[in-house]
Structure formats: C-alpha cells, structure tokens
Design a protein around this ligand. Structure first.
Ligand SMILES: [Zn+2]
Length: 305
C-alpha cells in the first residue's frame, strides 16, 4: 500500500486558450482528472475510486498567493497566509513556522504509528551544495523545513545514484548539464516508476515538482510544453505502476501560474486536487488547499488501520 502525493508548483485551473498550455491533450494528466483537461471547465467528480476537484488557494486573503504561505497551508492544513497577515514567499513566513513544525504532513503521518520504519518520505534529492547554502542562510523551503521538523531524511546526490531519490527535474539532465554532477539520466517515465518503488517502502511519500512554476514565471511556451510533457510521462508511469485498489496518488498545487502565460505572476485561480485510488474519497469534500493534508492523513490512517 502506497500513498504518493505529487505537489506541482504553480498550476491553476484557468480559462482554456492559447495562453494556457494545460489546455491540450496530455494523456496522463487527463486520465488523472477522469477524462478532463486541467482548465476552469473541469467538472468536480467523486466516485470513491477517484476525486477530481478544484480547490481555493486564496484562503480569504487579498493579493496573489505565494509559495511560502501556500505551501505551508498545503503541507499543514493551517491557514498560513491568514497567520502571516499576507501571502508571502517563497520561503515560509516566520509567523507560520511553529504551526508548520507542529502540524506538518510528515509529522502527522508519523504520529499515526503506522508499521513502517520510515512512515513519511520526501523523495526529492538535493545537491550537496543546497545543504551548505540553506544551512548557512537558514533558508529552507517549506518541504525541506517540514523534513527537518519531523526528522524525515532529506535525500542527496548519493540517493539519486542508488535510485532512492529523484532530482527535482525528474530526468537528472539539469544536474548533469548545469551542476556537472555525475548522476544517471532517466526518462520521466522511469522517474515515475522509481517514485512508485520508493513509495512502496513508506506509508506516505511526497514528491515536489517546481519546474511548472518556473515556466509560468518565464512565460515561455516551449519550456511549458517541455515541463508538462515530462510531468505527463511521469504521472503516466505512476498510474501504470501503482494499483488503484491498494495505492493512492494525489496531486495538488499551491497556487496558479502556469495556466496563464500572458502574465508572469501567480494567479488567484483555483488549483486542481486530483486523487486516484484507495482513499480518494477522503478528498471528496475538500474546498481549499488547507484541506489536503488532513485528507492525506485520513487516507494513510484508513490504509494502515
Ligand atoms: Zn512562483
């Protein structure tokens, strides 16, 4: 039994059209959404095996959602922008850190006392230089801070070589070309199969994909196509490898961005919340990104009960 949470940064549900690279035939993304494209025409649907819905990322706070507070809300269930007094990012706001420490997804999964040595896992790897940079400046992203707070191992270059972690870009190409690191190249589909294998050893496994948000800020159509192509192949392999009668795949975002390449900022659009497999019903009533972590915890609890 595996629960996999794929967090995709900066993907909202906006109007279809040429400015929206999600309004296209991405087979696996459409499959995950029950046959629908990821636009604002998406019809909510929940049938026990699958939940397809749009959730709010604004959380009652004016302005454009940002990653620090959005991800804190997504990974803890607390209304982080309200706590911080505004949308804030990209790093967690100081006023949200204590709540994030206490209520983060990893910690809540660990408190379920499920029969795993490592109940919660973060499958992203970070290059060695990330650790010295983050430690020196005390600038951890939301997910890496959750790891530190919950004693979840932050995986490294060595884990990529042994298949125990994935580079954030999925294929490893950026690590090889830009950082000069000697790691294996993989296809996005191989990365999806690999994430499924990692997830089999844990009660709940998170993977974070942020190239979507970068492509949105760049307003770069070619880059958006490339990033979505990789995500589609990756999700396709996950769905092919995992068993929906036992396993659960959940995908959500922290705020919109990529769905409108006519602007370079985040958006106030709702974000997709897609759950496929055993426990998908836990997400049927979700209305905001703050509902994702409680539903994930409920799904893990139900699977391991
Ligand atoms: Zn962004």
């Amino acid at each position: 039994m595996a629960v996999v949470f794929v967090f995709v940064d900066g993907v909202g549900l906006g109007p279809g059209g040429p400015q929206n690279p999600l309004d296209a035939d991405w087979p696996a993304l459409i499959r995950l959404a029950g046959g629908q494209r990821w636009t604002n025409a998406l019809q909510p649907h929940a049938d026990g095996q699958r939940t397809v819905t749009a959730v709010d990322a604004n959380l009652g706070v004016p302005g454009l959602p940002q990653s620090g507070t959005g991800q804190a809300a997504l990974f803890s269930g607390i209304n982080a922008p309200e706590l911080a007094g505004r949308h804030y990012g990209p790093y967690p706001h100081s006023k949200t850190r204590e709540a994030l420490r206490q209520h983060n997804l990893f910690r809540r999964v660990q408190q379920l006392k499920v029969p795993h040595n490592e109940p919660a896992a973060f499958a992203n790897a970070y290059p060695d230089r990330f650790f010295s940079y983050a430690a020196r400046r005390n600038r951890w992203t939301v997910t890496t801070r959750c790891c530190l707070d919950a004693d979840v191992r932050i995986r490294t270059e060595a884990d990529v070589r042994t298949g125990e972690a994935l580079p954030a870009g999925l294929t490893g190409r950026a690590w090889r070309d830009d950082l000069g690191l000697d790691i294996p190249l993989r296809t996005p589909a191989e990365a999806g199969t690999q994430l499924a294998a990692i997830a089999a050893d844990h009660a709940c496994t998170v993977f974070e994909y942020f190239r979507t948000d970068k492509a949105g800020h760049a307003r770069d159509h070619d880059r958006a196509q490339h990033v979505l192509h990789d995500l589609d192949r990756f999700v396709g392999a996950l769905l092919q490898t995992l068993d929906p009668t036992r396993d659960l795949v959940v995908l959500c975002s922290d705020h919109g961005n990529l769905e409108d390449l006519s602007i370079k900022t985040h958006t106030r659009n709702p974000v997709p919340l897609l759950a496929w497999g055993a426990g998908a019903a836990c997400f049927a009533d979700a209305e905001a990104i703050t509902d994702v972590t409680p539903a994930l915890v409920a799904a893990v609890a139900a699977q391991t009960a």
